[in-house]
Design a binder for this molecule. Structure first.
Ligand code: ADP
Ligand code: MG
Length: 352
C-alpha cells in the first residue's frame, strides 16, 4: 500500500528550499552588503569600495583588493556550505578569527538575485575570471580582465521572491541600513580604506591610514570628529567585571543626535548591540544629555571569549553577557572617567 498517495506532505524542490533559507540570511540589501564586506575583510583587503543604487535594491557592488579567487575557487565559492575558513566544529570551539565561516552567503545571495563575481588572485598574472550566477545556478564562467581582488555585483535583489521584495522599505530607509552597516565596518577597520557611494554620490571614504580619529572624521565629518574624546580604560582602571578593556572615542555631551544610530559598539571587534553597553554609556552622560538624545560613540570592548554569548547566527547583532550589571558598571566608569578628565560633566563634583 502506498502511504504517499494519502498525504499532502511533499518534498519541496531545491530551488524553493534555497529561496526560503535565503530570507533568513538576506533580509534586505544591507544584509547582503554586510556579508560581502565581511568577505572582503576576511580576504585581507586594504580597500573596500561599496557602491549601491536605489538603496541597494537595484544593485550592490563591493570591490576589494583582497586575496582574490582562482576559477576553481570561484566556482566552489557559490556552492552551498563551501568555505575556506573552517574545516569543522572543532575550529569554532577554538575561536574563529574570520567574520564569516558558514559558507552560505554567496550561495544564498545568488539564489535571490543576479550575481556577478569577477576575481583575480593577488599573485596570479593574466586575466581573472568572471562568473555569473542567476536564480541559484551558474550560468556562465569566462576569463575576464580585472584587477587583483574581487568585485561582487548583486543586481535585482529578490527579483524572484516577490513577497520579500514587497517588504522592502523606501530607498531612503534601505540606504540608511546600508550606510549603518558600512559605517560600522569602516570605524572598526581604520587600517582599511572603506568607501560608500549611493546613486553616484560618494557618501564617505576613509583613508585606511589606521587611525580611529581619522576614520571618524571621514565618516561623520569635521564637527563631530572635533567633539570626540578618547576613552581608554583597562585592568585596574575598571571596576570588577568581565571586560578587560574599554577603548575608543565618545563625543562631548552637546554633540548629540536623537537617534541611537551613532552608538557604534563592538565586542572583541564585532559590531554588536547590547542593553548593558548602551545603559552604561547613557549612565555616564547622566543628565548632560536631554531626553532621547544620544552621543556619538565608537567603543571597543574586549572580553574573554567565555564571558559573552558569541551568537553565531549571521543576522543577530544583539549579545548577552553572563553578568550584565558588571558590564554596565564597567562601561559607565570608563566613559565617565573620560568625560570627567575633559571637564565635560559639569554637574558632578570636581575630582580632588
Ligand atoms: P564564508 O564567508 O562563510 O566562508 P561565503 O559564501 O561568504 O562563505 O564565501 C565562500 C568562500 O568564498 C569564502 O570562504 C572565501 O574563500 C571565498 N570568498 C568570498 N568572497 C571573497 C572575497 N571578496 N575575496 C576572496 N575570497 C572570497
Ligand atoms: Mg562570508
Amino acid at each position: 500500500d502506498d502511504q504517499r498517495a494519502n498525504t499532502d506532505i511533499h518534498q519541496l524542490d531545491e530551488d524553493t528550499v534555497a529561496r526560503i533559507a535565503a530570507g533568513e540570511v538576506v533580509e534586505r540589501p544591507a544584509s547582503a552588503v554586510k556579508e560581502l564586506v565581511e568577505n572582503s575583510l576576511d580576504a585581507d583587503a586594504s580597500s573596500v569600495d561599496v557602491t549601491v543604487e536605489e538603496g541597494g535594491t537595484e544593485s550592490i557592488r563591493v570591490a576589494d583588493d583582497g586575496a582574490g579567487m582562482s576559477e576553481v575557487d570561484l566556482r566552489a565559492a557559490v556552492r552551498q556550505h563551501t568555505t575556506s575558513k573552517i574545516d569543522g566544529l572543532e575550529d569554532l570551539a577554538s575561536g574563529v578569527a574570520t567574520l564569516g565561516f558558514r559558507g552560505e552567503a554567496l550561495h544564498t545571495i545568488g539564489s535571490v538575485s543576479r550575481l556577478t563575481i569577477k576575481s583575480r588572485p593577488r599573485n596570479a598574472d593574466g586575466a581573472g575570471t568572471k562568473l555569473v550566477y542567476e536564480g541559484g545556478e551558474v550560468t556562465s564562467v569566462e576569463p575576464a580582465g580585472c584587477p587583483a581582488g574581487t568585485i561582487v555585483e548583486v543586481d535585482d535583489l529578490f527579483y524572484n521572491t516577490p513577497a520579500r521584495r514587497k517588504f522592502l522599505k523606501t530607498t531612503a530607509t534601505e540606504f540608511a541600513h546600508v550606510n549603518r552597516v558600512v559605517t560600522r565596518y569602516a570605524l572598526a577597520n581604520p587600517d582599511v580604506a572603506v568607501s560608500l557611494t549611493h546613486d553616484g554620490r560618494e557618501v564617505f571614504a576613509t583613508t585606511g591610514q589606521g587611525d580611529l580619529q581619522a576614520a571618524v572624521l571621514s565618516v561623520y565629518g569635521r564637527e563631530v570628529a572635533s567633539a570626540m574624546i578618547p576613552v581608554d580604560a583597562d585592568g585596574e582602571e575598571l571596576p570588577p567585571g568581565p571586560l578587560e578593556s574599554v577603548s575608543g572615542l565618545v563625543s562631548h555631551p552637546e554633540t548629540n543626535r536623537s537617534s541611537r544610530e551613532y552608538l557604534a559598539t563592538y565586542v572583541n571587534g564585532r559590531a554588536v548591540t547590547a542593553d548593558a553597553i548602551r545603559e552604561g554609556i547613557m549612565g555616564a552622560y547622566g543628565t548632560q544629555l536631554g531626553g532621547d538624545r544620544y552621543p556619538f560613540v565608537t567603543l571597543f570592548l574586549e572580553v574573554p571569549g567565555d564571558a559573552v554569548d558569541v551568537n553565531v547566527h549571521p543576522r543577530k547583532r544583539e549579545v548577552r553577557f553572563d553578568d550584565d550589571d558588571a558590564v554596565r558598571r564597567q562601561v559607565d566608569a570608563a566613559v565617565e572617567s573620560a568625560l570627567l578628565e575633559h571637564g565635560l560633566l559639569r554637574s558632578r563634583a570636581p575630582r580632588g
